[in-house]
Design a protein around this ligand. Structure first.
Ligand code: SAH
Length: 352
C-alpha cells in the first residue's frame, strides 16, 4: 500500500467512488506524493524510455522542423520556443544543437518550458543552462508567435472512461472492495449519444481537450505552430487504453498509485477537433515513421553512423531505426501539427 492508496481510500470513504480522471490526477500530480512530482521516471533506471532518450536524431529532426517552420513564418526576430512536458530536456537540447545551422534561430528563440515536476525542472535546467523560463501551464506564457513541441505529454493528462451495458453507458469509477481499490461502474447511466456493444469502453479526455483548445486559440491569435507526438489512434474508436507502466513493464492501474506512470492512448481525432475549436488549422496526422523519414532520418543516421565504429555504430543505427520501424515506434506513434491560419502549413504535413 502506497501513501496515495491510503489517501485515495480516505477520499472514497468521504466522497464516494471517484472518476478515473480524479484518480489519475491524484496519482500523477499530488503535490507531495504524485508520480511526476517525486521522481525522474525516464531511462533505463526509471520506468519508461521516450524517443528523445532513445536517439539524439529524434530531437535533431524536430529541430530541422522548427527551423523550417520559423523560416516559413518569415524568420521572426523574436518568438517563443515552447515545450510541454520536456522530461530531461534532451529533446530541446538536441533541437537547439541541430538549429545552430541557422544561428539567428537560436538568438530569436525565447525558451519557455511547461513542467509541473520539480525533479524534472531541475534536470531541464542542468541540461539546457540559463535562459529558460518555467511555467505550470500555458496561461502564464508571454504574448508572441510560438513554436510549440509536445512529445508524450498529452498521454499523461487524465481521461474518463464509460462502459456500455445493455445499450446504456455507465462511467467507470474507482471504489473500494475489502480495503483495496477496485474498478466499478456508476449506478446511473449517462447519455453519450453513441451505440455500443456490451462491454465496449469509450474514453474522453476533457483536460487534454482543454489544453488543446487553449493552445489552438493562442496560435490563432498570436501566430505559430505546434508539433504533437504521442502514441494513439488517428480515428476515434472504442477501447480501453488506460495503462500503468513501472520498471519498463505493464502494471495494474490501481495497484501502486504514485509509483507507476498512468497514461492512455491519445485520440487524435478528438484532439484535432479541440485544436480546431480553439481556431487552429489541423492538417492530417502522420505516423511517426513517415514523419521522421520525410524529415531526412536516413541521411542523418548515415552521416552520424559514419563517425562511429563497430558495436557503437550498430547500437546507434538500431536505436534510430526503432523510432521509425513499424513494429517498434513508427506506426503506434503519431505526429500532429496544428498552426495559425496566418502561418503556412508546416512541412511535411499535407505533402503526399
Ligand atoms: N517529453 C519528454 C517527457 C515525457 S513524460 C520526453 O519525451 O522524454 C511526460 C512529461 O510531462 C514529464 O516531463 C512530466 O513531468 C510532464 N507533465 C505531466 N503532466 C503534466 C502537466 N499536467 N503539466 C505540465 N507537465 C506535465
Amino acid at each position: 500500500m502506497t501513501p496515495l492508496s491510503r489517501l485515495i481510500r480516505t477520499m472514497i470513504e468521504t466522497d464516494g467512488p471517484m472518476g478515473i480522471d480524479r484518480f489519475m490526477t491524484v496519482a500523477l500530480a499530488h503535490p507531495q506524493h504524485g508520480y511526476y512530482i517525486t521522481r525522474d521516471p525516464l531511462g533505463a533506471a526509471g520506468d519508461f524510455t521516450t524517443a528523445p532518450e532513445i536517439s539524439q536524431v529524434f530531437g535533431e529532426l524536430i529541430g530541422v522542423w522548427a527551423v523550417a517552420q520559423w523560416q516559413a513564418m518569415g524568420e521572426p526576430q523574436s518568438f517563443l520556443l515552447v515545450e510541454l512536458g520536456p522530461g530531461r530536456g534532451t529533446l530541446m537540447a538536441d533541437l537547439l544543437r541541430a538549429a545552430q545551422v541557422r544561428p539567428h534561430f537560436g538568438k530569436a528563440a525565447k525558451l519557455h518550458l511547461i513542467e509541473t515536476s520539480p525533479v524534472l525542472r531541475a534536470a531541464q535546467a542542468a541540461r539546457l543552462g540559463p535562459g529558460a523560463t518555467w511555467h505550470f501551464s500555458l496561461e502564464s506564457l508571454p504574448a508572441g508567435p510560438a513554436l510549440v513541441i509536445a512529445n508524450e505529454f498529452f498521454d499523461a493528462l487524465p481521461i474518463r472512461q464509460f462502459e456500455c451495458r445493455g445499450g446504456r453507458w455507465f462511467e467507470r469509477l474507482v471504489g473500494l472492495q475489502g480495503g483495496g481499490l477496485k474498478l466499478g461502474l456508476a449506478a446511473q447511466p449517462v447519455k453519450l449519444g453513441l451505440s455500443g456493444q456490451d462491454g465496449a469502453v469509450m474514453e474522453v479526455a476533457p483536460e487534454r481537450e482543454a489544453v488543446a483548445e487553449a493552445l489552438g486559440d493562442r496560435l490563432k491569435a498570436q501566430g505559430g505552430a505546434a508539433l504533437v507526438i504521442d502514441y494513439g489512434h488517428t480515428v476515434t474508436a472504442p477501447g480501453d487504453t488506460l495503462q500503468a507502466v513501472r520498471a519498463h513493464g505493464f502494471a495494474a492501474v490501481l495497484e501502486r498509485p504514485g509509483e507507476a506512470d498512468i497514461t492512455s492512448h491519445v485520440d487524435f481525432e478528438q484532439l484535432g477537433h479541440a485544436f480546431r475549436r480553439g481556431g487552429a488549422v489541423v492538417p492530417p496526422v502522420m505516423r511517426q515513421g513517415d514523419f521522421l523519414t520525410a524529415m531526412g532520418l536516413a541521411a542523418r543516421v548515415e552521416r552520424l553512423a559514419g563517425q562511429l565504429q563497430g558495436g557503437d555504430r550498430e547500437n546507434f543505427v538500431s536505436a534510430a531505426r526503432r523510432l521509425a520501424e513499424e513494429a517498434a515506434m513508427g506506426a503506434l506513434f503519431k505526429v500532429m501539427t496544428v498552426h495559425s491560419p496566418r502561418t503556412p502549413a508546416p512541412y511535411p504535413f499535407g505533402v503526399s
